[in-house]
Design a binder for this molecule. Sequence first.
Ligand code: NAG
Length: 178
Amino acid sequence: MHTVYSRINNVSATLSTSLMVLLAAIACSSLLFTADPKGTLDVTSVKIFNGDSRRYSHRRGEYAFVNFNITADLSPLFNWNTKQLFLYLQAEYTNAQGVQNEVVIWDRIVRRKDDAVLKVVGKNKYTFREYSSKFKDVPPARYSLKYNLMPYVGLLTYGEAAQTTAPVQFPSAKERVE
Ligand SMILES: *[C@@H]1O[C@H](CO)[C@@H](O)[C@H](O)[C@H]1NC(C)=O
């Protein structure tokens, strides 16, 4: 009895060691293919609307509406260890109080290599709002397209696939959002 147990134990220890070695090999080998594709990102327009309303105090602040154009071929990020790619468009700016903000205004999950060639002419999917003050007189914002690469085995990696050629100025507010 004793020998049967210890044999099973030995076999399973050997199997799990082999499995660990195999997984480590997969994780390491996918590091060999560190692609760093770059695309272009243009912010084609930014419009600011004032949310101030006497009736709706929760609408205080200003809202930004951003139109953009992304062109990027991220298919080199897809290898046999790529599970999915999480893409997001981020705006970074420092508000009038000196607080640094990073706001995700758009995102997309790409699961197939065929969908990794991006031609997106779009606008912000998530609310881009400055609560504490106005966007006016705020220094120009930096916009960038970032990604998280999720592998089947190994660690999540981060990267930046595009950014605007220059920071983009916020215009002054146009009209109220009613
Ligand atoms: C988007 O950007 C690409 C590459 O810069 C350009 O060829 C294309 O005409 C642009 N599209 C729009 C609608 O601005």
